[in-house]
Design a protein around this ligand. Structure first.
Ligand code: HEM
Length: 459
């Protein structure tokens, strides 16, 4: 493997695929630990095992084929749905076919470029409010960055898409989401073995309380919004979902579709962005030279207040740092699809029912697609170098019809929040401390959390 900064550990690729017992353990605890050297060196790695016929596909042309050209012949794979459905229900992320199309149409107006830009000021305000909480800590205090970022991005959702909807509950919601992702949100060995649904899954049993808390919070929000008189100011997510009508049938969404989509956006929209920011702060802590260059760019650009939506254009290095961070630590590490008909992918025949894994984690660190794949080099994402990156070699937000609906929202948010924090504070690793390695639990997060020391920057 190419040398990698020793302070940022990643799982060592296995020389050989795991046997059945190690596979079950790995899939339940950290699927990244199952990857072999071959995955990083070959563009198509087939396997027959407990999951039936599978293939890890990293060939950019084949990825395009699966996610775009032949997307109609693939669907979200059942194993992934079993993990995600307990929380996302029938919301857009986990729906398929006509249901998915209707929901995507309904939610699309919330994520247009104009609407996204309108959210910029609230993102800035959330960043400034968080900065005020940082100011309350003594200089050099150790803070749990992963938790702080989760609360911060949930605050952004509450101020933007939910329009203050979470009220006094954000801490309860973040805690419940984290608990869910740590317990229920993982593949259970019983699912892999095809055990019947009535057999209790340990993780899901522990996560049930969290799911109930989340459901209750959202039901209360929807009920409160439904009871509000008049249509004035009703441009938030819940109102849009309540008002949505299928252009073909005139039908509205059902109670459960509304609830599931609110939960979907809350979960899909905050944990991912929080992890992107967490890894970015860790990488900057480990690369003080890049951090200093970011600080210089932010200082030179001046305050963002006049036009916060322009932040990604005004701060190209900050944006590049976030993009490079999502290359090394893509929050959504694996996309999986089931072939609904036989297909030929990268010259290999796949039977109907085969599962293909397109792993941004693997693609982004692939030896044949990137120079020095494990090195943190934000300049890859600056100027002409950025334009030269092939579309299907970099896909933190996926691609094709099911590409992340919140991609532009997330990038704008991450740049504004990072710039706001770096303008006033510096996040540092303690000398001699090892950084946590990554663990995949729906999203890729630092194992055991991330603690950094936070210092006020000199004025
Ligand atoms: C850095 C932040 C984010 C990352 C890395 C990310 C990544 C992704 C990826 C890879 C997918 C595609 C999954 C697949 O094809 O199987 C996806 C879908 C989705 N994302 Fe994001 N996401 C982020 C932020 C957000 C935000 C801020 C929102 C909303 C507020 C959001 C809402 C969704 C939804 C609803 C889907 C399902 C789209 C569909 O199936 O049509 N995401 N995301």
């Amino acid at each position: 493997m190419t040398a990698f900064a020793p302070r940022l550990p990643i799982p060592t690729p296995r020389e050989r695929p795991a046997g059945p017992a190690a596979f079950l353990l790995g899939i339940a605890t950290n699927p990244l630990s199952l990857l072999t050297r071959r995955h990083y060196e070959e563009l198509f790695v087939p396997m027959r095992g407990l999951l039936g016929t599978t293939a890890v596909v990293s060939d950019p042309a084949a990825i395009r084929h699966i996610l775009i050209d032949n997307a109609a012949h693939y669907r979200k794979d059942p194993l992934q749905l079993r993990v995600l459905k307990p929380i996302f229900g029938e919301g857009m992320l986990t729906a398929d076919g006509a249901d998915w199309r209707r929901q995507r149409r309904t939610l699309a107006p919330l994520f247009t470029p104009r609407r996204t830009a309108l959210h910029a000021r609230a993102m800035l305000e959330a960043g400034l409010a968080f900065r005020a909480t940082l100011d309350a800590y003594p200089d050099g205090a150790a803070i749990r960055v992963d938790q702080a970022m989760a609360e911060l991005t949930l605050d952004v959702l509450s101020r933007t898409i939910l329009r203050g909807g979470l009220g006094a509950e954000p801490k309860i919601v973040t805690a419940a989401l984290r608990r869910y992702l740590a317990t229920a949100g993982r593949v259970d060995p019983l699912d892999v073995l095809g055990a019947p649904a009535w057999l209790p899954r340990l993780g899901r049993t522990f996560g049930r309380g969290a799911v109930q808390t989340l459901g209750r919070v959202v039901d209360d929000l929807v009920a409160a919004r439904r009871g509000e008189p008049g249509a004035q100011g009703r441009d938030d997510l819940i109102a849009a979902l309540l008002d949505a009508r299928d252009p073909e049938t005139g039908q509205g969404l059902t109670e459960s579709e509304i609830r599931d989509n609110v939960l979907t956006l809350m979960a899909a929209g905050h944990e991912t962005t929080a992890n992107a920011l967490t890894w970015t702060l860790l990488l900057l802590g480990a690369h003080p030279g890049v951090r200093a260059a970011c600080e210089a760019e932010i200082d030179a650009a001046g305050p963002l207040d006049d036009d916060p939506a322009a932040a990604p254009d005004r701060l190209p290095l900050v944006k590049a740092v976030i993009e490079e961070s999502m290359r090394l630590y893509p929050p959504a590490a694996t996309l999986s699809r089931e072939a609904i008909a036989p297909d030929v992918v990268a010259g290999h025949a796949l039977p109907a029912g085969a599962t293909v894994f397109i792993s941004p984690w693997v693609v982004h660190r692939h030896r044949r697609l990137w120079d020095e794949p494990d090195a943190f080099r934000p300049e890859r994402f600056l100027g002409p170098a950025r334009d030269a990156i092939p579309r299907f070699s970099y896909l933190p937000f996926g691609a094709g019809p099911r590409i992340c609906i919140g991609a532009a929202f997330a990038m704008q948010e991450a740049v504004i929040l990072l710039a706001t924090l770096l303008r006033s504070h510096r996040f540092e690793m303690q000398p001699g401390e090892d950084a946590p390695g990554p663990v995949q639990r729906v999203t890729v997060r630092p194992k055991g959390g991330l603690t950094l020391r936070v210092h006020r920057r000199p004025a």
